[in-house]
Ligand binder design. Structure first.
Ligand code: NAP
Ligand code: ZN
Length: 350
């Protein structure tokens, strides 16, 4: 099936209309008509080859929501018309220790990413949600129970939501815990909403004074301008957990200094160039940890979607047309997004 899509043919080429092929649904496949797709900073890193190994043509997009338009003969969990989502994963081996624990993102035999992973389908690698249809194994399809009119704002939960929910749960944040969220972009604004909903005392760190008021509205109990040394000093040694979503290389010591004994700074941002080496003194005097976290498994992604539906949580979005994707990238690079761009995929047939 030929499908309208948007992508790039090389790192220095613009995002433009590309016709792609989707496979006919196999017995376990769900075919989805994509309504909206969020724009993640990982899309930009990948399409512009800031990380190693981008395959072209590159059609990014892993914050996918839409409706089931066909199902394979063995599909039991979904029917035509269901409102569904697809996140960062569309496959894994299903038999390693990680998959057995529902941690498909850590599959020992290699997870299959929604875009840029090797695939039996043309053109030999997966193509993501900047497209009007996608065909996905039902095990990697999520159910969406939010009201239909919130669908576009649900899209970013599929990556930004789970990438922040998973570490907040893993490090057991909640009532009585002081939690920091660094960077108020797509991931960070979800981190603030989720940490607040989990009952933690939530502190937002931003480099943008203009986001101060908005950070409070998102659920932050306190907002700190991270470039202001005096404000930072007031929080020294007080945090149980800090989630750092910044997409650029920066000095991590300013955040490890803020941790309590046994506190953790968890990195989820993946800058194109490394952070300066952190101070070991900061870590050993206080048994502090710098950790990382990568998206979340399918069961936890469903848990996050249900948690958000129950608590009325969606993303704060700005809708763009497919023709505005490059412009959205440039604004994202300037931290000028409140707080996630979402593509209206209907504009791809324009
Ligand atoms: P984003 O919307 O661009 O947000 C990043 C935010 O970081 C910005 O809005 C800005 O917030 C802050 N920031 C930017 N440059 C900075 C700098 N030089 N110094 C300090 N702060 C800066 O990006 P995103 O989509 O949330 O993604 C964030 C990162 O996470 C990307 O690297 C992405 O690839 C990665 N990611 C990782 C995973 C995972 O599983 N680990 C999943 C998805 C994405 P302020 O204006 O508030 O300072
Ligand atoms: Zn993402």
């Amino acid at each position: 099936m030929s499908t309208h899509a948007y992508g790039a043919h090389a790192a220095d080429k613009p995002i433009e209309a590309i016709a792609i092929e989707r496979r006919a649904p196999g017995p376990q496949d769900v075919q989805i008509d994509i309504a909206y797709c969020g724009i993640c900073h990982s899309d930009l890193h990948t399409v512009r080859a800031e990380w190693q190994g981008t395959r072209y043509p590159c059609v990014p997009g892993h914050e996918i929501v839409g409706h089931v338009s066909a199902i394979g003969s063995d599909v039991g969990t979904f029917k035509v018309g269901d409102t569904v989502g697809v996140g960062c994963l569309v496959g894994s081996c299903q038999h390693c220790a990680a998959c057995d624990e529902g941690l498909e993102q850590f599959c020992a035999n290699g997870f299959v990413g929604t875009y840029n992973s090797p695939s039996a389908d043309a053109p030999g690698h997966t193509l993501g949600g900047y497209s009007q249809q996608i065909v996905v194994d039902e095990k990697f399809v999520l159910k969406i129970t939010h009201p239909e009119d919130q669908l576009a704002a649900v899209a970013p939960l599929l990556c930004a939501g789970i990438t922040t929910y998973s570490p907040l749960r893993h490090w057991k944040t909640g009532p009585g815990k002081k939690v920091g969220v660094v960077g108020i972009g797509g991931l960070g604004h979800m981190g603030i909403k989720l940490a607040h909903a989990m009952g933690a005392h939530t502190v937002a760190f931003t480099t943008s004074e203009s986001k101060r008021q908005a950070a409070h509205s998102l659920g932050a109990d306190e907002v700190v301008i991270s470039t202001d040394a005096a404000q930072m000093k007031q929080h020294a040694g007080t945090f149980d957990f800090i989630l750092n979503t910044v997409a650029a290389s920066h000095n991590l010591d300013v955040f490890t200094t803020l941790l309590k004994r046994d506190g953790t700074l968890c990195l989820v941002g993946v800058p194109a160039s490394p952070h300066p080496s952190p101070s070991i003194y900061q870590l050993i005097f206080g048994r502090k940890a710098i950790a990382g976290s990568f998206i979340g498994g399918i069961a936890e992604t469903q848990e996050m979607l249900d948690f958000c539906a129950e608590h009325g949580i969606v993303s704060d979005i700005e809708m763009v047309s497919a023709q505005q994707i490059d412009e959205a990238y440039e604004r994202m690079l300037k931290s000028d997004v409140k707080y996630r761009f979402v593509i209206d995929n209907a504009t791809m047939s324009a």
